[in-house]
Every structure is written in C-alpha cells, then in structure tokens.
Design a protein around this ligand. Structure first.
Ligand code: NAG
Ligand code: NAG
Length: 404
C-alpha cells in the first residue's frame, strides 16, 4: 500500500510537470456574430446542423460566473413549442452535448423539441462554453474554488430562474449523474422547487459509499484529487495529457487492464455506437474543479452527503460554524413532488445499493408521484448514448411529463 501511495505521488508530480509545460487550456476563442451569438458554439455545431432552430443564451450566477444555455424553441418541422419548458442538466466531465450527441431520433433534446417542449440545455461552470466570470479568468486558482455545493447553490438556481423568467412557466427538470446530485441538493435546501413541475433523475448520484468503479474508488481511497490540489492543479482537465498519464499510472500500479478506461470508470455500457462515442470524445471531456473531485472523493470514502469538508476544524468553523460540514437531508423533499428516477444494473458510479439508500430516503414519497425505472443492462453512459435509449427511457419520460 505504501508503495502505491508513493507511486501516486510521483504520478501527481509528473502531472504538474506536464501541466506546466502545456499551453494554457482555454476554450477556443469564440467567434461572435452581430447578435452576440457564438458561431462556433453548441447551437451552431450540434443543433442547427441537425435542422433545428437554436438560441444561445447567457446567465450570470450570484458569484459572478457567466454560463451558457442553449434553447431549442421548436421541433424539426419548425412548429413552435406548445408544451412547458424542460431544463436538461448534464453530469461530471460533460456539457450540453450530452443531450444532443445521439442525433435527432435518439437524443433527448431533439425528441423533446419534436414533441412540442421548449427545450433548454445548461452548461455548468468550467465547461467549454461556461468559462466566463465577471472578475476572474479561468487561469486564476480562485476561478476553480468550488465543488458541487456551488453547482447546486448558484448554477442550478441561476438556470432555473432564467428559464422561468423567460418563459413565465414552471419547468420540467432532467438531470444525469452529477446533474441529479445538484438537483437533490438544491431541493433539500428548498431552492428552485416552486419553479419546477417535475424532475427526472437519470443515473442518480446521492449516496456514494458503494461506488464500484475501480478508477473512482482508487482515486478516492488514495486521495489523488487531494494530492493534485496540494501541488496546485486546481483545474482538472480530463482530456489533458496529465489525466491520461494519471489513469495510465493508476492502471499500471494496480495491475488492472485499462484498455477501455470508459468501462473502468462508468461500467460496461451495453449499447453504445462507437462512431457517436468517438464524436463525443472528440468534442472533449469537460474540465471540473479539483475541489469538486475532492468533495466527491469525500462522499465515496465516508458515505455521507454533506457540504465540502475543509479537513480543518478552523476552516469548517469559519464556513459552517461547526467542526464538521453540515449534512444535506434528502428526506426533506416535498412528498408530492413528481419524481422519475432511472438507474442501471451495470452502472459503476450510480451503484444499485447506493440507489436503494436513496429510494429509502424517499420511502415516504407519495407512491403515485414516484416513478422508478430499472434497466439491468444499462451503465452510466447508456442513459444518454445508448442506441435504444428513446424506447427504453425517453418514451417513459415523455409519458411521465404528460401527466405532471
Ligand atoms: C474560496 O471560496 C471561499 C468561499 O466559499 C472563500 O472563503 C475563500 O477565501 C476562497 N479561496 C480562494 C483561494 O479564493
Ligand atoms: C452509429 O452512428 C452513426 C453516426 O450517427 C450512424 O451512421 C450509424 O448507422 C450508427 N450505427 C449503428 C450500428 O447504429
């Protein structure tokens, strides 16, 4: 074990060496047209190309981040939406492309638009098209001073408020992975509820003690993110050479075959189309804050769902007024709020036993208002990229929205 830790520290040091030698990672400079729209953004590259109308929007959070949202106001036929707004929130290392990559027949954003919904797709702080801030640059350490606490308390409320204000209607929410943790957290604080109609949670992330992804497990157990933070790597770039070396090093050290890192991280996805997977990876996995990964590692190690732990009684005291970070209470969600929850038997991040704990938290939920869909063969990525995801998952979501 000691050897493993030593190797990990040397890998981490290798990372910083590489990181310092690499050019600064910045979203490719945006080209902006006369109306201020990014012509190389998500709309132009992934929506308009499929024959759909698309609008680029920007929203500012209360802590100064400038985030992008895309809107599909009409279906393929051009018919304007006549159903309520839906907000789609991606997960870790992803962005809006999550909901588009599967193309018009199998991607949720297009399917919803074709069914008359007013579709809004959000991009959280740090992702390619959400790297603006009123006073910070993404090269500043302070730009990366956040975890999912802030995604839940700033980004999500900013998105929901913006869509609500622009449409004057309550919203259906769909989250994948970290997008579900953001929502459960915001809900537990009583935030954003009054502007939502329902929520669909795909590959839910809440309790994480039983995560059985070898990569996530080792990452947490060996305090890898903490090491990266200590050596000053505040932005975690999953595409970067440093991350690739890190995973390679972990696999070699632990003698596991990582020829398919995606499977070792997310589980054996049943139903991916490799052409689509490659174009998703070409777009790039998205950066996150190292602090966010530290926070997730804390959850994996302790099994608790609490605010970020500064691992220092004084700092916890300053932020929370106590030596320990306060827990979130997911049992506090209103019992009548319409919830759709779907999880997979092969998912290594949203483990079935952890999902059982979440369902236990929801045991007092009004039965009619909680739809649970289990798919034995699905792993984490299948929930947005499976070739059969429309029939398996999105059609049931459409039915759920119709009655809520
Ligand atoms: C990080 O943010 C916290 C508030 O959440 C603040 O107290 C702290 O000073 C910030 N640290 C840096 C390095 O910006
Ligand atoms: C995979 O996706 C590509 C690109 O969208 C498509 O042309 C191809 O037919 C798909 N393959 C299968 C087996 O569905």
């Amino acid at each position: 074990m000691a050897n493993t830790v030593v190797s990990l520290v040397s890998i981490a040091l290798l990372c910083i060496t590489i990181a310092q030698g690499r050019p600064n990672f910045e979203a490719t400079p945006s080209s902006v047209n006369d109306h201020g729209f990014q012509i190389d953004g998500i709309c132009q590259t992934a929506v308009v190309t499929q024959g759909y109308k698309c609008e680029e929007h920007q929203v500012q959070t209360d802590d100064g981040y400038i985030l992008s949202l895309q809107r599909l106001p009409a279906g393929r036929s051009g018919k304007k939406a006549d159903k309520p707004p839906v907000l789609l929130q991606h997960g870790l290392f992803c962005d809006a492309l999550t909901w588009l990559i599967n193309g018009p027949d199998e991607a949720l954003a297009f399917i919803l638009a074709d069914n008359g919904y007013d579709v809004w797709i959000s991009n959280t702080r740090g992702t390619k098209y959400s790297r603006g801030h009123t006073s910070l640059s993404s090269n500043d350490a302070a730009f990366w001073n956040w975890s999912w606490d802030e995604l839940a308390s700033y980004d999500l409320p900013a998105f929901v408020n913006y869509v609500h204000k622009n449409t004057a209607q309550n919203i259906h929410y769909v989250g994948h992975s970290l997008g579900t943790l953001m929502a459960f957290t915001a809900f537990s604080g009583g935030k954003v509820f009054n502007m939502l109609r329902s929520a669909a949670m795909l590959s839910p992330i809440a309790h994480m003690r039983q995560v059985n992804s070898p990569i996530a497990r080792i990452f947490a157990d060996q305090f890898v993110a903490e090491h990266l933070g200590l050596i000053g790597l505040h932005e975690f770039i999953p595409n970067g050479e440093a991350a690739a070396k890190l995973v390679e090093g972990l696999c070699t050290t632990l003698k596991i075959d990582c020829s398919n890192p995606l499977a070792f991280f997310t589980g054996p996805n049943c139903c991916l189309n490799s052409t689509k997977l490659n174009s998703f990876l070409d777009h790039g996995l998205q950066s996150t804050a190292t602090q966010n990964l530290i926070h997730l590692s804390q959850m994996i190690r302790t099994g608790s769902i609490a605010k970020y732990d500064y691992r220092n009684p004084l700092q916890n005291g300053q932020h929370y007024g106590g030596v320990l970070p306060p827990p979130y209470d997911f049992t506090a969600m209103p019992k009548e709020f319409p919830l759709f929850l779907s999880y997979g038997g092969s998912d290594m991040l949203s483990d079935v036993n952890d999902v059982q704990l979440l369902l236990n938290d929801l045991k007092n939920h009004v039965a009619k208002k909680l739809v649970v869909l289990f798919r034995k063969e699905y792993a984490h990525v299948d929930f947005f990229m499976a070739t059969n995801v429309k029939q398996v998952l999105y059609d049931p979501i459409l039915s759920f929205f119709l009655v809520n």
